[in-house]
Design a binder for this molecule. Structure first.
Ligand code: TSB
Ligand code: ZN
Length: 644
């Protein structure tokens, strides 16, 4: 029997014989470690604690902390879920069951729909099986044997057929459950301490609408009951803030089946918030030397063939439209149009930087499964600009954009964000332009700019634009889920594709660089964020309705209308509720609509030419004159006070 050298996490080396399991190694270090162990890493690869080590190795024992162990733990819980489903509903066929950012899911095929009551039963069954302390056992199966064994199971057959290699692993859990799976898992259900099933949804096999629909059960799992409870509390809080729910309750936007998924309709109140945001950013840009343009939402396909969008971004575009003699496409980005505007005129170094901006509408074929309310849509309007500058000007322009971002975040009340340096995936030649020198240069420029601003960032390979690296600003929602909002991108590619130039001081033609940038992201995504940030109670300057006048009885309607008119004349977005309802009812409604100020008027207010001010947050604010109220609300608007 041969023996192997194992390097332990503390750097010490130990000789162990072939077939030793990481679990034995852990036990040798300390019984406590063996007890706490969740999974191992052998030569950097996640590995079952009970799977024998096959060659010289560095072994790391992962305990119940950190994202890698949590993924394995959650994936193991997904198996427990599947085992429970098979015990209760033996006719069910299994799809896949991976861990996800917030937990795990498992896809099932079954005639009858799972009901919420089923979910409870399944969860109870999971708890029952968990207590049996069943081991997760790995075994190897040859491809041909697997195909024979699973000939009646189309999903498994497909997965096996796709698999490279002649042998694959399967894991069993108890007598009923066996799934074809890479692993690893926790050694036994004994390790699983806290889980909860959350919801049922439809999901297509492999995410494609062309395939049969399966039933997906979502759940989550944590290392401790306390972590699970904290998570569930946050989930409750998040549900209350969910922009899709508030979008409906506050009449901000709607999605109509007849228009299609990912194509929201902005209702008057949502449109007001959006317009205020648009006007705000246009004004900031004007003050920073941007020139605004209008360009069409579509163009000939050749334009995108030239830019490289067709080659590298094709999967995210809507299919072309055939016209008489040409093909048109809906634009997925605004850059080519802005480039043509730059090109329309001879440019000298004295004109640079040229900053061309537009609230540009664009279309992306996001897959149906990832669409969500306003935050991920198929038709979106980006606060876009393309800065054409000399290489020497990149740093200053970058800094200018960063200042705009910081100012905008301050004004909008956004305080939590992270910087992400998004780089290409070097191996993926299809998605990214192939030009090492250009990528290295773009990356260096971004790092230097961030370093000189003293800003920290995390790196993300595989997140760049196809034409260059970007500095993204990531905002997290209540659940900690991050999305990109602002972005600053360095592009040496498109200037080449379009042969752009400017005449430099030496009288010769030189090539400009393009900085693509978005300050407040798309109107859709930013408004979705603001709805959740403020739970619908927007700061006064962004509120769709800033004040509503509430007459106590019909006798004050006349006076109330008069005040309403004065508010409108002063530029306040005001409403009046002169229905013959009890004033308390009207107040409750205005409160639910999160209107910042309610101006209640009765006989006494009318006699004194005053209003009783109620604030949605602080309640009764006393009686004042209309002029005084106007002065104070105008101050709140001008200062963009975040809450009142
Ligand atoms: C900045 N050409 C550049 C532009 O000049 C561009 O389009 N960059 S992008 O592809 O990164 O998109 C810009 C921003 O749009 C993203 O950072 C993101 O905040 C937002 N966005 C992207 N896709 C969607 C979507 N499907 N729904 C809502 N917003 C989106
Ligand atoms: Zn662009």
């Amino acid at each position: 029997m041969s023996s192997f050298i194992v390097t332990l996490p503390d750097g010490s080396q130990q000789t162990v014989s072939a077939g030793t399991r990481p679990f034995d190694v852990a036990k040798q270090i300390s019984p406590r470690l063996a007890g706490d162990a969740i999974v191992a890493k052998v030569n950097g690869q996640l590995w079952d604690l009970t799977r024998p080590i096959e060659s010289d190795a560095t072994v790391e024992i992962l305990t119940a902390k950190g994202p890698e162990a949590l993924q394995v733990y959650r994936h193991s819980t997904a198996h427990l879920l599947a085992a429970a489903v098979l015990e209760l509903f033996p006719e069910t066929k299994l799809g896949i069951g991976p861990p996800i950012e917030s937990g795990f899911y498992y896809d099932f095929q079954r005639e009858a729909r799972f009901t919420p009551e089923d979910l409870e039963r399944i969860e109870a069954k999971m708890a029952e099986i968990q207590k049996r302390n069943l081991p997760y056992e790995r075994k190897l199966t040859r491809k041909e044997d697997g195909l024979a064994k699973y000939s009646g199971d189309w999903m498994k057959k497909e997965l096996i057929e796709e698999r490279a290699g002649e042998v694959f692993s399967e894991y069993t859990l108890g007598p009923n459950f066996i799934d074809f799976c890479r692993g690893p898992h926790v050694p036994s259900t004994e390790k699983l301490k806290a889980f909860k099933l959350l919801s049922i949804a439809g999901a297509y096999w492999k995410g494609s609408e062309k395939n049969p629909q399966l039933q997906r059960i979502y759940g989550t799992a944590f290392f401790s009951k306390k972590d699970l409870e904290d998570y569930l509390n946050r989930l409750e809080e998040a549900k209350k803030r969910d922009h899709r729910r508030l979008g409906k309750e506050l009449e901000l936007f709607t999605v109509n089946e007849s228009v299609g998924a990912g194509l929201p309709l902005w209702l008057p109140k949502g449109a007001t918030v959006r317009r205020v945001l648009e006007e705000y950013i246009l004004e900031r840009e004007r003050a920073s030397g941007y020139q605004h343009v209008y360009t069409p939402d579509l163009a000939k396909i050749e334009l995108y063939q030239r830019s490289g969008h067709w080659e590298h971004y094709h999967d995210d575009m809507f299919p072309p439209m055939d016209l008489e003699t040409e093909q048109m496409v809906l634009r997925p980005m605004n850059c080519p149009h802005h480039i043509l505007i730059y090109e329309a005129k001879k440019r000298s170094y004295r004109d640079l930087p040229v900053r061309i901006a537009e609230l540009g509408t664009m279309y992306r074929y996001e897959r149906s499964g990832v669409l969500s309310g306003l935050s991920r849509v198929r038709c979106m309007t980006l606060n876009d600009a393309h800065i054409f500058c000399t290489p020497d000007q990149i740093k200053e322009e970058f800094t200018g954009v960063m200042k705009l971002v910081e100012q905008a975040y301050r004004d909008l009340g956004i305080t939590q964000y992270r910087y992400r340096l998004s780089l290409r995936d070097k191996a993926n030649k299809e998605k990214y332009v192939d030009n090492d020198e250009m990528w290295a240069l773009g990356e260096r420029v971004l790092r230097e700019a961030m370093d000189s601003l003293g800003l920290p960032y995390v790196e993300a390979p595989g997140e760049a634009a196809f034409y260059g690296p970007k500095l993204d600003i990531q905002l997290a929602d209540v659940m900690g889920h991050e999305e990109t909002y602002s972005t600053i991108q360095i592009d040496f590619h498109l200037p080449n594709q379009f042969g752009l130039s400017y005449v430099a001081a030496d009288g010769k033609e030189h090539r400009p660089v393009i900085i693509h940038r978005a300050i407040v992201s798309t109107m859709e995504r930013m408004v979705s964020y603001l709805i959740e940030l403020y739970a619908g109670a927007f700061p006064v300057w962004l509120s769709p309705v800033q004040a509503t006048v509430l007459p106590i009885t019909d006798k004050q309607n006349e006076y109330a209308r008069n005040i309403h008119a004065r508010l409108l004349a002063a530029g306040i977005r005001a409403e009046i509720d002169d229905r013959s309802e009890k004033v308390n009812f009207k107040i409750r409604e205005a409160q639910l609509q999160k209107v910042p100020f309610m101006l209640v008027v009765g006989t006494r207010e009318e006699e004194n030419g005053q209003v009783s001010v109620r604030n949605r947050k602080h309640g009764d604010r006393g009686v004042t004159s209309v002029d005084e109220f106007l002065a104070s609300i105008q101050r709140l608007i001008a200062d963009k006070t975040p809450s009142e």
